[in-house]
Ligand binder design. Structure first.
Ligand SMILES: *Cc1c(COP(=O)(O)O)cnc(C)c1O
Length: 380
């Protein structure tokens, strides 16, 4: 089965008892056991639920892993994956990561004794130099949130293999439609499924997929032990969203190209961050490892133009956190999604106070561009 067919027919796409083409929502918390102590397939919904299981199987297949796991949020998935490790274990982690991941690492995981070295993932030498004898894994996003930097998954996974450590990739921005990290040598893929996988800004969820038998056992254990699992209603909603991932990503991409073309020619735009631009640092690697460049664009206005007034003046594009939904969403990372990162670290990593992040939605590209234009016109 090819990818777009898998989106619709992969996993347990049908109910085995009735043949219903949409998997039923099994709201039961517990399941009747015919015999005592016989390890039934379904026993308790934290441990396993048929609706969640259908989604997990599907995600495992879409990322070409051996097992998928669904969590109550992307953050919960990241937490569960880091929970495989113990105090004293060291990680090399990308300098540009989602603000909540930065917060989880610095305010939670460090208290439990995990150690981190932050590195620019575009610099392979720096990654290798940061590895020490306690390093257990390299953790990064590509494209990154919000600077759209590109890390070379294949090269980084090769470094990790040489040092007998693991590679963990947050694939939220690309989705398996655009990029399959496990095919490139990564061991674990993480998603905030709240974004493109769900795709409709109506569910908060997280996914982890692995190609490694040992890791699959550990995550299955931790998912049940920690208990941050995705409920059956949200599991169903997420699987419903995933069915149209291919169709949505094609239009997201088409619209993003049109928006980038507009921004590139408007004199009021100072800088654009988009891996599809040939002039961008990550273009070559992105072209190698991604099918398309996605629909996340960051940019800065010319000095002196009022960023706040611009984002507030938009009429179709929503000023809101999150991304990857059908509606175009715009935000200012310094104030919103990355506000939990101290200003000095944020600036050092390249996230200016004026940086704007745009998630290009599925509206008519012309309307998105007209809205951006009228917002910019109000600044003169
Ligand atoms: C949103 C996001 C997360 C966190 O996911 P939640 O579902 O909001 O908990 C993690 N990584 C990236 C890249 C994100 O954009």
């Amino acid at each position: 089965m090819k990818f777009n067919t898998k989106l619709i027919h992969g996993g347990n796409s049908e109910d085995i008892t009735t043949g219903a083409v949409s998997i039923p929502i099994y709201r039961a918390s517990t399941f009747h056991q015919k015999e005592l102590g016989k390890n039934p397939k379904w026993e308790y919904s934290r441990t396993g639920n048929p609706t969640r299981n259908a989604l997990e199987k599907l995600m495992g297949e879409l990322e070409n892993g051996i097992a998928g796991f669904a969590f109550s949020s992307g953050s919960a998935a990241i937490h569960a994956v880091f929970s495989m490790y113990s105090a004293g274990d060291h990680f090399v982690v990308g300098s540009d990561v989602y603000g909540g991941t930065f917060r989880l690492i610095n305010k939670v995981l460090k208290r439990f004794g995990l150690e981190f070295t932050v590195v620019d993932m575009q610099d392979l030498n720096a990654i290798e130099n940061a590895i020490n004898n306690k390093t257990v894994a390299i953790y990064f996003e590509t494209p990154t949130n919000p600077l759209l930097q590109i890390a070379d998954i294949e090269e980084i996974a090769a470094i990790a293999k040489r040092h007998k450590i693991k590679t963990i990739v947050d694939n939220t921005f690309a989705t398996p439609y655009n990029q399959k990290p496990l095919n490139l040598g990564a061991d674990v893929v993480i998603h905030s499924a709240t974004k493109y996988l769900g795709g409709h800004s109506d569910v908060v969820a997280g996914i982890a997929v692995t190609s490694d038998e040992q890791i699959a056992k550990k995550i299955a254990f931790l998912q049940n032990a920690i208990g941050s699992t995705l409920g059956p209603d949200d599991s169903w909603l997420l699987q419903r969203g995933i069915k149209t991932l291919g169709a949505r990503m094609r239009v997201h991409h088409e619209n993003a190209e049109a928006v980038v073309n507009f921004l590139s020619t408007d004199k009021r735009i100072a800088r654009i961050f988009y891996p599809g631009l040939e002039s961008s640092q990550g273009h070559k690697v992105a072209a190698k490892q991604m099918q398309h460049f996605g629909a996340m664009i960051s940019f800065e206005l010319q000095a002196g133009l009022d960023t706040k007034k611009f984002v507030e003046s938009l009429e179709i594009i929503d000023l809101a956190e999150s991304l990857g939904g059908i509606e175009s969403l715009i935000e200012v990372p310094a104030v919103m999604t990355h506000g939990s990162i101290p200003r000095d670290i944020r600036l050092k990593n390249g996230i200016s106070d004026e940086l704007i992040r745009l998630s290009v939605g599925l509206e008519d590209a012309e309307d998105i561009i007209t809205d951006l234009k009228q917002g910019l016109d109000q600044l003169n």
